[in-house]
Design a protein around this ligand. Structure first.
Ligand code: COA
Ligand code: AMP
Length: 630
């Protein structure tokens, strides 16, 4: 079976293809048909099937006699501890946590927010929710209280699970005060939280609302797996949207389990007795799919790493983990490799540690620049594969399926369509563009199993945001081209999303925070190129007339506001105070022009500009900063 024949089969008869793939899953009630089509072209996958995702990720491996096999290796570069959990251990831990949350009245369909650092208990919590049919929503620790509050109001959780702290290089991040502030800000009143006290910092508990994790766990009866319908939601994961309101991306149980089980062997080429490491965070889509569900459903060993690529303690951290845990396939973001390359350009630490049995490196989250790809290929001597996906899709849509024997890669391209996905490049009038021409990257409907069927409580917005631009297609929000050999090149976004160290952020939502500062008359936030993070957000503000504070003071306050309201993950550190912003005569801010100037380009004066002098203000401000930095 070659990639070409498998791809062709998936497109010719998706129903037959995915019914066959569904055999990799244990169903409480096997589906008799692949899908029901909705009016909008979205399919409900395996509509009459019933299953439990936790059973598929944990219990069935124990039942098959693989209980002694290591399921999860937790490696913390922050505490220098390594903990291994066999599938039998995982079953025990998850069943107890499931009992603990069920004792709080959490029933199938109830939401549970998990605001936790990279500790094994966070994985137990996710699987425990799946076990009893509850819907988890993990919120990344780098988000501030305000963002957490928005997610609490949207998801309306019955329970929030948290930890006393996360460990970042040089600082301990106290999670509990952030959660307390979020609960105060939210309109939805969280009835119960359970707090994992880590030895590094004790959190204070609110009487009557907060429970200690270990005390609650001590009294809990292990809970069994509850079968749910295939389209029952497994999780909600919030991701940046263009409006500044995070979108609650929903993933179901049945389609998701099938996509996970199919993707690990066929895309990543990882076998059941092998070790897979996704160097991401459980707060992101990559963490959901390839730290937790994918490897465990397939029965592999998954590595969970608490630490950074550099500085914990050095740029050899990745290679140490790969060597120590016999990692076969590794997945990270290009930004992490750029950071390693910056600190260890000659690969001395890499040579010192070695890379054990590493067979392939997969990169995603942002465009992989050819320099980084070339460096990694030369240093590692294994295939380095760029692949592309989105929180909405839940698993890759472009890549090189090494599990199907494909080896083709091309620098600058994220690969070929993964089986199940039909790509087109369209212009604004829905015309398919010829080879080599840049347009909107879209996917033909229906989307394969595993992709989101809707946004939480906002199906009309789902249709409007993703299905309304091009009839019969899902709009990815990315622009790009397909070359003469069928490689798809993802070039840029068509909206206000930027990618900061592999994290997806909306410049619009940062602008909302900046504009709310009382001294700011107007503002623009753009994504400027950054050698390590790929992009960083950069603010340009015009002060209101009569503002007495110095430019530097307002800039500092604006930076602090974004950190307080959005979170440190935004990496918003620079603001330029300018006399005016360049605009068109109809009053539209010329953000693309500002971005080009900030990136050191000389731009032609746009024909529609209202006041060309505004361009000079941007040039001068950027030049002044470069001189200071230089
Ligand atoms: N909880 C609290 N704060 C967090 C956090 C968390 N879970 N994760 C990050 N932060 C904070 C960091 O401490 C940092 O704060 P600072 O401004 O006080 O330094 C800020 O958010 C930005 O963090 P990060 O994006 O991690 O940048 P960094 O400068 O600390 O490290 C890299 C740079 C490139 C090493 C790092 O971004 C990285 O490893 N990226 C990999 C990205 C990735 O895995 N993406 C997932 C998609 S596959
Ligand atoms: P997220 O939902 O956070 O995974 O972000 C998805 C977005 O990240 C995509 O729409 C792209 O804009 C970008 N992205 C992810 N992977 C790649 C890649 N391999 N190449 C280019 N862009 C990517």
């Amino acid at each position: 079976m070659t990639y070409a024949s498998v791809y062709a089969a998936s497109i010719a008869d998706p129903a037959a293809f995915w019914m066959e793939a569904a055999k990799a899953i244990d169903w409480d009630q096997a589906p008799t048909r692949a899908a029901d089509a909705q009016d909008d072209g979205i399919w409900t996958w395996f509509p009459d099937g019933r299953l439990n995702t936790c059973h598929n990720a944990v219990d069935r491996h124990v039942a098959a006699g693989r209980g002694d096999r290591i399921a999860l290796i937790h490696d913390s570069a922050m505490t220098r501890k390594v903990t291994r959990y066999s599938y039998a251990d995982l079953q025990r831990e998850v069943a107890r946590v499931a009992g603990m949350i069920a004792a709080e009245g959490v029933a199938p369909g109830d939401r549970v927010i998990i605001y936790m650092p990279m500790v094994p208990e966070a994985v137990f919590a996710m699987l425990a929710c799946a076990r009893i049919g509850a819907v988890h929503s993990v919120v990344f620790g780098g988000f501030a209280s305000n963002e957490l509050a928005k997610r609490i109001d949207d998801a309306q959780p019955r329970l929030v699970l948290t930890a006393s702290c996360g460990l970042e290089p040089g600082r301990i991040v106290a999670y509990k005060p952030l959660l307390d502030a979020a609960i105060d800000l939210a309109a939805h009143k969280v009835p119960r939280t359970i707090v994992l006290q880590r030895p590094e910092l004790a959190a204070s508990l609110v009487a009557g609302r907060d429970l200690d994790w270990f005390e609650a766990l001590a009294g809990a009866e292990p809970a069994g797996c509850v079968a749910v319908p295939s389209d029952h939601p497994l999780y909600i994961l919030y991701t940046s949207g263009t409006t500044g309101i995070a979108k609650g991306v929903v993933h179901d149980n049945g389609g998701h389990a099938v996509a996970m089980a199919w993707s690990v062997p066929n895309i990543y080429g990882v076998g059941r007795d092998e070790t897979f490491w996704a160097g991401s965070d459980i707060g992101w889509a990559v963490g959901h799919s390839y730290i937790v569900y994918g490897p465990l459903i397939h029965g592999c060993t998954s590595v969970m790493y608490e630490g950074k690529p550099v500085g914990t303690p050095d740029a050899g951290a990745f290679w140490r983990v790969i060597r120590d845990h016999d990692v076969d396939v590794f997945f990270t973001a290009p930004t992490a490799i750029r950071a390693v390359k910056r600190d260890d350009p000659e690969g001395r630490l890499l040579a010192e540690k070695g890379t054990g049995r590493l067979r392939a490196l997969f990169l995603a989250g942002e465009r992989a620049d050819p320099d980084t790809l070339g460096w990694a290929e030369a240093m590692l001597g294994v295939p380095v594969i760029d692949h592309w996906w989105q929180t909405e899709l839940g698993w890759p849509a472009l890549g090189t399926c090494i599990g199907l024997g494909d080896t083709r890669t091309r620098h600058g391209s994220a690969g070929h369509p993964i089986p199940g996905y039909g790509f087109e490049i369209l212009d604004a009038e829905d015309n398919c563009l010829p080879t080599g021409e840049v347009g909107d990257i879209v996917l033909r409907l229906p989307l394969p199993p595993g992709c989101f069927p809707t946004l939480w409580q906002r199906h009309a917005h789902f249709q409007d945001a993703y299905l309304s631009q091009h009839q019969g297609y899902y709009t990815t929000g990315d622009a790009g081209l397909i070359d003469e050999d069928g490689f798809v090149h993802v070039m840029s976004r068509i909206d206000d999303i930027i990618n900061v160290a592999g994290h997806r952020l909306s410049t619009g939502s940062i602008e909302q925070i900046v504009a709310a500062h009382p001294a700011v008359a107007e503002c623009a936030v753009i994504g400027a190129n950054d050698a390590i993070k790929g992009m960083i957000p950069l603010g340009f503000i015009v002060l209101k007339a009569g503002v007495k504070a110095t430019d530097a003071l307002v800039a500092r306050e604006v930076v602090a506001r974004v950190r307080d309201e959005l979170g440190p993950v935004a990496a918003f550190k620079s603001v330029h105070v300018v006399k005016s912003l360049p605009k068109t005569r109809s009053g539209k801010t010329l953000r693309a022009t500002i971005r080009a100037i900030a990136n050191g380009e000389t731009v032609a004066v746009p024909a529609t500009i209202e006041d060309p002098a505004a361009l000079d203000h941007i040039y001068q401000s950027v030049a002044k900063t470069s001189m200071l930095e230089g």
